[in-house]
Design a protein around this ligand. Sequence first.
Ligand SMILES: [Zn+2]
Length: 194
Amino acid sequence: MSRRDSRLNAKAHECVYGETATSVVSSPIGDIQLVICPRGVHALRMIFDNFELTKCNVAVKSNSGKHDSSNTVSLCVDWLNAYFQGTVNNSDMSLPPICHLSIPDNTATFTQQVWEIIVNEVRYGMTASYAEVAAKLNNSKACRAVGQAMRINPVSIMIPCHRVISSTGATGNYASGRRNDVKAWLIEHEANTM
Ligand SMILES: [Zn+2]
């Protein structure tokens, strides 16, 4: 793990709203780490060490932390199972609460607005370019800032940065270019289960 990653990881465990707890769950794209805070999902990170695309259910493998996160963890497990089974789009299941999206509009930073817009407007099975996302925020020159918001997205999959692709149609980078195969897989999985 690079120094930059470990710094991001360290930060992912801290929330200004209170204590966090961490769970690791299995998934078809490898284990996923969930960091849960009092407001909901604080971070969702893929652990790529054991990456292999295998059909498997999302199930809790470990829990740590003093904060009782069991309710949010079970919402996440249900949502992720529906996501990977391809049924989440056709269900009335809503996204588990996400810490970073619970910010009043007038105080949200540009980065938080980007996360909010891709959750609300780049729906399951769709893709959008960085420029299109910037335009949705009435700031068509902000492609770079959109790219940066994608790079530091703390809640992968649920804040669907994998749906934001290059304007040439190229899939573009995922996990700093180390997991572009996962990005392509997620896009294809959604397209096949619309
Ligand atoms: Zn939080």
